[in-house]
Design a protein around this ligand. Structure first.
Ligand code: FMN
Length: 392
């Protein structure tokens, strides 16, 4: 039986390796009310050789919780290791476990994980079933592409995920061969949605706020997920039209959070520039993107952003709560958590019963102040992420 999904709205932030770590993700979650942004995902956590240690899973989830759930994405091909990692993910507090069947990067393909599994629907089914069997309460979702070389096995893949027990299927409408091409074919999303009875989340080519609704309307998908356009406009979920000052403030806050995580100034500037490549919000760099991207001195880049931001403070629409760092020996059933933690909302969920989420301590904290985990791979890279074949 599919399990109720914890999302608070039908617009979701896609998992993006190298971007949707807690530093970026938390800023987006904080600036979007739960009825605008329904949930997010961690970057993929690669499962190779051993099940992922709980510490690493906690790092992926981050130290803070918001009203919206953050699904923990796993990528691997060994059923036992993926199952054990899923079990631990639930144990450390993941509200949903997502399995990656779309990553086209060479590393994933070499390890026969990610999109390479699209050539073998039975492997997709096996992995989903193993993860579903390993967790006790949380839903498991699968994120696929439309196919490997072509889309001829799309329905088969969708049904494999459903038969394995997935509660949600996310379909990135491009095939592995198409990588991140500009053209998208949403009829594939409609095909997937018709092939299964579990909810489907459509992904690929959402560029504007109105595209979310258009995608759902045209395809019958229950959810719509955005990737790169959210890097350029973190407010895409609500459609809020922010000022250049708000936009600059977001980027400065991002740099500040990264610096608090011990990323070098150059690394933080690189990560800011990675966003600037996609940036559309507030018209900040519509006229002179190149001059922002070629700003070679980090301090000059930050000063320039500071000059535009002035004294602005972005409204934090969605307060964060300290996550309980889970050192308990065994997970507690959800029903008992409710008494101890704070239910923040009771949203209408497109699928499954509305659910109050438990969020740990009640003290909201300032965005930049919290930096609990060091990330080993935290140097920024300004590389263009739009079409690299090494991207998931
Ligand atoms: C930089 C980058 C990193 C990504 N990392 C992941 C990942 O970790 N897991 C995953 O399932 N998809 C990943 N993707 C794919 C996105 O989740 C999404 O499916 C893809 O970008 C298509 O959506 P879009 O057209 O809205 O960008 C990544 C994409 C990009 C651009």
């Amino acid at each position: 039986m599919p399990r109720p999904l914890p999302f608070t709205a039908h617009r979701l932030l896609a998992p993006m390796e190298g971007v949707t770590d807690p530093c970026f993700r938390d800023l987006v979650l904080a600036r979007n009310a739960p009825e605008a942004l329904g949930g997010a995902f961690t970057e993929f956590a690669r499962v190779v050789q051993v099940a992922l240690p709980r510490r690493s899973l906690r790092e992926h989830l981050g130290a803070r919780r918001f009203a919206q759930p953050v699904g923990l994405q796993l990528m691997g091909s060994d059923t036992e290791l993926v199952a054990e990692s899923a079990r631990r993910a639930e144990e450390v507090g993941a509200p949903l476990v997502d399995l990656n069947f779309g990553c086209p990067a060479k590393g994933a393909l070499r390890g026969c994980a990610g999109s390479s599994l699209l050539r073998d629907p039975s492997a997709v089914e096996r992995l989903v079933r193993a993860a579903v069997g390993a967790v006790e309460r949380v839903p498991v979702s699968a994120k696929i592409r439309a196919g490997y070389d072509d889309d001829s096995r799309l329905e088969e893949l969708a049904r494999a995920a459903e038969n394995g027990g997935a509660s949600l299927l996310t379909v990135h409408c491009r095939t592995k061969a198409e990588l991140y091409c500009d053209e998208v074919d949403w009829t594939r999303l409609a095909r997937a949605a018709s092939a299964v009875s579990i909810p489907v989340c459509g992904n690929g080519g959402v560029r504007t706020h109105t595209d979310f609704e258009r995608l759902r309307r045209e395809t019958g998908c229950a959810y719509a997920m955005v990737g790169r356009a959210a890097l350029g406009d973190p407010w895409i979920f609500s459609g809020a039209r922010v000022t250049a000052a708000d936009a600059a403030r977001f980027l400065l806050d991002y740099a500040e959070v990264l610096r608090a995580e011990h990323v070098s100034a150059r690394g933080a500037a690189g990560r800011v520039k990675q966003l600037l490549q996609h940036w559309t919000a507030g018209g900040l760099c519509d006229e002179d993107r190149a001059s922002w991207l070629t700003e070679s001195e980090p301090e000059r880049l930050f000063a320039r952003l500071g000059a535009v931001a002035g004294g602005t403070r972005d409204p934090v629409l969605n307060p964060a709560f300290e996550a309980e760092l889970d050192t308990r020996p065994a997970p507690e059933p959800r029903s008992t958590l409710g008494a101890r933690l704070v239910p923040v909302l009771d949203p209408p969920s497109p699928h499954g019963a509305p659910e109050a989420r438990a969020l740990g301590s009640t003290s909201p904290t300032s965005i930049a102040a919290l930096a609990h985990f060091r990330r080993p791979n935290s140097e920024g890279s300004p590389a263009d992420v739009r079409s690299s074949p090494d991207r998931p």
